[in-house]
Design a protein around this ligand. Structure first.
Ligand code: MV4
Length: 507
């Protein structure tokens, strides 16, 4: 077993990985940027090393500096967390070259799943259902239009190098396809340096359902059930739960979905923890969307219903241990939900509100788990994703989880900055949400938090600049491969702000 692990990340996920390492008797090495000198993850680690200036490109994304610290400090393995370098195949390879174990999948699996058309191709060949679409990128708009005419509108244009909704355009009729094609291509080029675009039939009112898998390095696989992640805003997940209310009443769908996920992981040549994302339509037909080759933000809900520490399993797998679970050996119990509590102002179109946390009282008590890298008196840096805490709850039933979360939200106090706590209080009161009616349109349609009518503060230019900077840096944590997209993010941040300024959410 490893004696020392370096955590190449910050915030709540670094703290969370450090906790498991400590339980396993493994020493932990933190790295930190200038903006994180006083951060919690630095204090709770056994050792900590400065790696550069505040921007992620100068610190958390610096492969050589991080490997240098690992060598100097004697780390045998690196846990990348999520975002930053976690899905960078070059980093995984650099670790291997440096004789340091990357706690994650083989570089080849990261690389092939990172190219969305390649991932689709692999899954289709393996018999995993994929959305009907062009097998690879369309050559030109004529080829895209030909596909659309054949399958029928609406269709979705997507960046081949993309993922996570960047460079994506819904096209409802033939007259719109030329414009949408140019937009998708332009956005893809700016965001990924690659303008390849492919076409899929659009799934209407889809749900996002994903399956957690574990694989050891000897080719054994197990699934840990599904997570419902349909509540999103601008492709950012807001609240996740397991089991999915939609899948729950449908054991055959669950069985097929989880089998498809294992088939997908096998086809990807996978090892370690991963997630297979699916789109699900109203009839519970499901289609492979992408595979996330990392530990995900929302992994705690799976931990709460299985009792399995996913980080511990990741470390055991990386150390060459065989999976400890039989294919049908996982016991699932009760229901779990996660609210991502952000330093954002829902009344100002979810504008980031970094600043000093003057007061912080975290909820506790039965069935509550809070993963946080924030502390009272600490200033949320504006350079990174402004997540303050993941508020998670477990209870025997979904209704009880909701009641528990509502209680916990009342206990949760954050003073000094705006947060999304009030937004969650309203969401959890919503009868549609309570009924499990959480298709992806809920947040964009009727459910509002005063975002529609509240005027934005006057100093638009200053706000736009701040929003753009924050958005660019949080993108770099959410998906390092999107780093090249900072210019695009800035452009989009302006676009979003102006849309919000005209009185409503953009989708
Ligand atoms: C789609 C889709 C409809 N049809 N693909 C892909 C990335 C993800 N962030 C959004 N994606 C979608 N891909 C086809 N062929 C609709 C979405 C989508 C979505 C999917 C699940 C949950 C929320 C969503 C919000 C907007 C768009």
């Amino acid at each position: 077993m490893f004696r020392k692990i370096l955590i190449a990340n910050r915030g709540e996920i670094a703290v969370r990985v450090i906790r498991t390492c400590r339980e396993m008797g493994i020493r932990t090495i933190a790295v930190y940027s200038e903006a994180d000198r006083t951060a919690k993850h630095v204090r709770v680690a056994d050792e900590a090393f400065a790696i550069g200036a505040a921007p992620a490109t100068e610190s958390y994304l610096r492969i050589e500096r991080i490997l240098d610290v690992a060598r100097r400090a004697g780390a045998e393995a690196i846990h990348p967390g999520y975002g930053f370098l976690s899905e960078n195949p070059d980093f995984a390879e650099a670790c291997a070259r440096g004789g340091i174990k990357f706690i994650g999948p083989p570089a080849q699996a990261i690389r092939s799943m990172g190219i969305k058309t390649r991932a689709r191709e692999i899954m289709a060949a393996a018999g995993v259902p994929v959305v009907p679409g062009t097998p690879s990128a369309a050559r030109d708009v004529e080829e895209a239009a030909a596909f659309a005419n054949k399958t029928g509108y609406p269709v979705m244009l997507k960046a081949a190098a993309g993922g996570g909704g960047k460079g994506m355009r819904l096209v409802e009729s033939p007259k719109d396809i030329a414009g949408a094609w140019a937009q998708a291509q332009g956005e893809a080029r700016q965001a990924f340096g690659d303008d390849a675009v492919y076409v899929e039939k659009a799934i209407l009112r889809p749900r996002h359902v994903e399956v957690q898998v574990l694989a050891d390095e000897g080719g054994n696989f197990v699934h840990l059930g599904e997570r419902e992640c349909s509540l999103q805003r601008r492709h950012q997940k807001i609240l996740e739960e397991t089991p999915s209310p939609l899948v729950e009443g449908n054991p055959r769908v669950r069985r097929d979905l989880c089998r498809a996920a294992i088939k997908a992981a096998r086809a990807a040549g996978y090892a370690n923890a991963g997630t297979v994302e699916f789109l699900m339509d109203a009839e519970c037909r499901f289609y492979f969307l992408e595979m996330n080759t990392r530990l995900q933000v929302e992994h705690p809900v799976t931990e709460l219903v299985t009792g399995i520490d996913l980080v511990k399993e990741q470390i055991l797998i990386a150390a060459g241990k065989k999976l400890r679970f039989a294919p049908d050996g996982i016991r699932f119990s009760g229901h779990a939900m996660e609210c991502r509590v952000y330093a954002e102002d829902p009344r100002a179109g979810f504008l980031p509100s970094p600043g000093r946390i003057a007061r912080l009282a975290l909820p506790e008590g039965p069935g509550i788990r809070v993963d946080s890298g924030a502390e009272e008196g600490w200033t949320v840096p504006l350079e990174y994703d402004p997540l303050i805490a993941k508020l998670c709850a477990w209870a025997p039933t979904r209704d009880e989880v909701i009641a528990r979360l509502r209680r916990a939200l009342q206990e949760f106090v954050v003073g000094g900055i705006a947060t999304t706590l009030g937004f969650f209080k309203q969401l959890l009161e919503d009868p549609r949400f309570q009924a499990g009616d959480i298709d992806t349109g809920l947040l964009e349609q009727g459910f509002s938090m005063g975002t529609v009518k509240t005027a934005l503060p006057r100093d638009e230019a200053r706000l736009a600049a701040m929003l753009a900077a924050v958005q660019a840096s949080r993108d770099s944590q959410r998906n390092a491969s999107e780093l090249r997209g900072q210019r695009a993010s800035r452009w989009k941040a302006h676009a979003r702000l102006s849309i919000a300024g005209h009185g409503g959410p953009s989708r």
